[in-house]
Design a protein around this ligand. Sequence first.
Ligand code: ADP
Ligand code: MG
Length: 390
Amino acid sequence: MNKKTIRDIAVDGRRVLVRVDFNVPLKNGAVADDTRIRAALPTLEYLLKHGAALIVCSHLGRPKGRVVPELRMDPVAERLAALLGRPVRKLDDCVGPEVEQAAAALRPGGIILLENTRFHPEEKKNDPAFARQLASLADLFVNDAFGTAHRAHASTEGVAHYLPAVAGLLMEKELEFLGKAVENPEHPYVAVLGGAKISDKIGVIESLLRRCDRLLIGGGMANTFFRAMGFEMGDSLVEEEAVPTAERLLKEKGGRLVLPVDVVIADRFAADAQTRVVAPNEVPPGWRVLDIGPKTLPTFESALSGARMVVWNGPLGVFELEPFAHGTNEMARILADMDAITIIGGGDSAAAVRQAGLVDKMTHVSTGGGASLELLEGKTLPGVAALDDK
Ligand code: ADP
Ligand code: MG
């Protein structure tokens, strides 16, 4: 990586503004899943151990530029304090005189958590004056918010122009693995792509097809390819507008695309629907494809065998409903047993791997949904571009 990280600079005695991605799910006023808070701990602990004072900030949810009491950072502060085993002082704003005073009084080892940055409309507008106010709190900026790095906001991009700016350890790890998938993959390189829609991921498909040796396609997006092959798909999710794209990809890259050989269909979109397994060209009217079928798994498994690197994005079925989670769960298990470098990108795919309890069996499970997709597309993330070069 050509960007400086916290290991490249002295942090002792410095006040460090750390942008993290604490955009966590809340339930009844408490943190429902602290995966993202835990993911930032190595950076925060490193900085504390090396004598820094921490001013931590993040957005939470979509308050649309005003104060939304349910989106205050208090529950996050509580959980962070418990995980770090140190007090965390939560402030009620992220800029302004009171915040400036608290930051100025902060001693090495001290931790402040600022209020939700998106309570200010200037955050998403990347307003330079607001970014400068954030920057004035600290001597140094650390960006560890990989999950928000694809957004050029004041606390992710703007602030980096006013302070020495370096990557945190999570950011570094994400860029290392996802960057490798784009810049110098190990071959044979097999990509597995699923999820709902092709139109969300055209850029990812094109980018993967430039680099990988085989592309396995499941999930809702496979239906659009089947439609392009002339199959009737009943009530399945099909993107008619994307059919020409699917046709072109089949024609140009057909040899490297691997589609399901059978599918699980249901008579309704419900966990208690009637289900059947059929060939993709046998979907009756009124039925819909909700998962890959049992014969597809060995087909996909043999397409994966011998791979030295695998990237997986997008569930292979409607994994939120138990009867249609089989294909996705089995893919997680297949990848968990492989010797290859296995990289999981995408919010729902990462959730599926977590749900299957297989995170530790993968080389890397990304914490960023949109950001990991943009990296896989080969785009530069603005939050990364703004950091200081090595
Ligand atoms: P990721 O977040 O990993 O990038 P996406 O957001 O693209 O994945 O897709 C996830 C969604 O795709 C899930 O909500 C899942 O239910 C849906 N999906 C997968 N297969 C199908 C299908 N056959 N029909 C409809 N939706 C599907
Ligand atoms: Mg998603």
